[in-house]
Design a protein around this ligand. Structure first.
Ligand code: FAD
Ligand code: DLZ
Ligand code: SF4
Length: 516
């Protein structure tokens, strides 16, 4: 009798349900497989982070006395797929039962649900209890119409978790302090130093493997500084709470040239691969408020991102897949321009956002949403291509969290399931929230002509392309009215300049594989 307990690369938590009943008849299975590294061309630092964190996690289990069967990427017998490696391990150990925790991606869920029949043994797929809201609870809340907007769902999660609650009421008498959180970065603001971790021997060995096998993948391999162990992830959490959380709220939407991190937590990579649990992160933030170390608008804003947005997008993903990925609410079909991979463009905001992405595997939320995301929306880029890009380039990207953000929040391809209106903005927004425009080859104040900021005419062209659709959306009524006030010549010029600009962008080369 051998029970095989499968742990995937984003399930590196000792609290994982698949590990809850390890016994003398248990073998923990962890597998490094090419298929997971190649289904989109993942950033080199993402592959490094996951493989190094997996190796450390496996070693940790061994040190606790558990039997761990760890299949390395360069094992000559490796079949390089989850299904192939699970089948080999079942044979190797004469396993009588396979135990897993539900995966983060529909693609892997489909594989997993076929294993019982394919392998001819019982397969337990246990709930992933690391989240505040289970898939079943979200479905029930949706039935009860409590997930139509993130804010309603978030309040439900506040009540359920007790976070920032005083009895039945929100602490401070308000659920949401977002209106306090939209300031640009003040001049001369002193940004906190960020904790980066020096790669140890395990990480160095993985980096050498990644350089050798995935040298043509996107992004810089070095300097690598992401936490790869539970201990490092806890240090990163403490550091964020001490140094950045107090300022998190006020300038949450700000951007600054040359500053990759501002006051953001940088915790998503550790949270999403399991080294940190969302509850402990929220509790640490709440404790900072209780201790008078951080103000309420910062702590509420931070907790809302995790307890609200993170749980909400996961709920939508599992509630709506597989159909969710297939919708194209704005009929967008333009190929992804090469500048998303190269960062080569005169638009300084885009060059900054892609630049930090290449160097670090990270860009903060407003860069993802209002720069690369806004451009993709205005330009009418094909959802599948944009989604494959976001899934590949960020070290924190897994489809359950990437897809609703890209498909829904950014591209409005889900026809409003996530947001009631598209987050479309002209150059004025980027100018207000950043210092990018000052050093840009384009002029943000110019609306048309060779010097005009492309975001300006692309914005109006976007509104014009969807005029009929947006006229029925009360939240889009104002730009539609303004558009209708423009004379025919101006509208024609906007169309012409937008087309010329977009048609002039080189599309991605064939060397960048699409999502398989
Ligand atoms: P902070 O700003 O410090 O926020 C704290 C935490 O809140 C994050 O660590 C994250 O866990 C959570 N969070 C914040 N916003 C969101 C959100 N919209 N959805 C889910 N969780 C959120 N986040 C991912 O974790 N993985 C992705 O693949 C991903 N893809 C995105 C794609 C697009 C187009 C956009 C607009 C956003 C995406 N996000 C994604 C959400 C958000 O941008 C990142 O969570 C955030 O930038 C991570 O950096 P941080 O840890 O410093 O976040
Ligand atoms: C992203 C990734 C990569 C690059 N490699 C592996 C791997 O070799 N083994 C593994 O178990 N997981 C890996 N992952 C994470 C998986 O893609 C992730 O667990 C699934 O997509 C389910 O969310
Ligand atoms: Fe971006 Fe336009 Fe500003 Fe240049 S002028 S940085 S393109 S918003």
């Amino acid at each position: 009798m051998t029970r095989l307990h499968l742990v995937l690369g984003d399930q590196l938590s000792h609290a994982l349900t698949a590990l809850s009943d390890l016994g003398p008849d248990s073998v923990v299975l962890m597998v490094e497989v090419d298929e997971e590294a190649r289904y989109v061309p993942h950033h080199k630092q993402k592959i490094t982070l996951i493989l190094s964190a997996m190796r450390h996690f496996g070693e940790g289990l061994r040190a606790q006395g558990h039997r761990v069967d760890y299949v390395a990427l360069d094992d000559p017998a490796n079949t390089h797929s989850f299904s192939g490696e699970v089948a080999r391990a079942v044979k190797r150990h004469g396993a009588t039962r396979l135990i897993a925790t539900e995966p983060g991606e529909w693609r892997v869920w489909q594989m997993m649900t076929g294993w019982q029949a394919d392998l001819g043994l019982p397969v337990d797929i246990r709930e992933d209890t690391r989240f505040f809201c289970s898939r079943a609870q979200f479905a029930a809340l949706s039935q009860a119409r409590k997930t139509s907007r993130m804010e309603y769902f978030y309040r439900e999660m506040r009540r359920q978790s007790g976070l920032l609650m005083a009895g039945d009421s929100p602490v401070g008498g308000q659920w949401n302090f977002d209106s306090d959180n939209r300031k640009p970065l003040p001049k001369g603001a002193k940004l906190p130093p960020r904790l980066r971790f020096v790669p140890d021997d395990t990480t160095r060995a993985v980096m050498a493997l990644v350089a050798q096998r995935f040298g043509d993948s996107f992004g810089d391999l070095e300097p690598f500084g992401w936490p790869v162990t539970r201990d490092e992830a806890l240090q990163a959490l403490d550091h964020f709470v001490a140094m950045a959380l107090p300022h998190f709220g006020d300038v949450q939407d700000a951007m600054k040239a040359g500053e990759d991190f501002l006051y953001h937590s940088l915790l998503s990579p550790a949270l999403n691969c399991g080294l940190l649990l969302p509850r402990e992160v929220c509790v640490a933030a709440e404790a900072a408020y209780a201790a008078g170390h951080a103000p309420l608008n910062a702590v509420e804003g931070f907790i809302r991102q995790i307890l609200g947005w993170r749980e909400f997008v996961r709920g939508i993903y599992w509630d709506q897949m597989p159909g969710y990925a297939a919708t194209n609410g704005l009929d967008a079909d333009r190929a992804l321009p090469d500048l998303y991979w190269t960062g080569e463009t005169k638009m300084r905001c885009m060059a900054e956002a892609v630049g930090t992405t290449r160097r670090t595997g990270y860009a903060h939320h407003i860069q993802r949403l209002m720069v690369t995301g806004n451009f993709a929306l205005l330009a009418g880029l094909a959802p599948a291509e944009v989604e494959a890009w976001y899934l590949a380039v960020y070290v924190d990207a897994y489809e359950w969290v990437e897809l609703p953000n890209t498909h829904g929040m950014v591209l409005h391809a889900d026809a409003g399931r996530i947001g009631s209106k598209p987050y479309a903005a002209s150059g004025a927004y980027i100018n207000r929230m950043s210092d990018y425009c000052g050093g840009c080859a384009y002029d943000v104040k110019e609306k048309l002509g060779p010097k005009a900021c492309p975001f300006n005419y692309l914005y109006w062209d976007f509104i014009a392309r969807h005029e009929a659709r947006f006229a029925n959306n009360p939240r889009m009524a104002m730009p539609v009215r303004t558009l209708r006030g423009m004379d025919a010549d101006k509208r024609a010029q906007i169309r012409e300049e937008a087309s010329r600009f977009l048609d002039g962008l080189p599309p991605s080369g064939p060397s960048w594989p699409r999502r398989g």
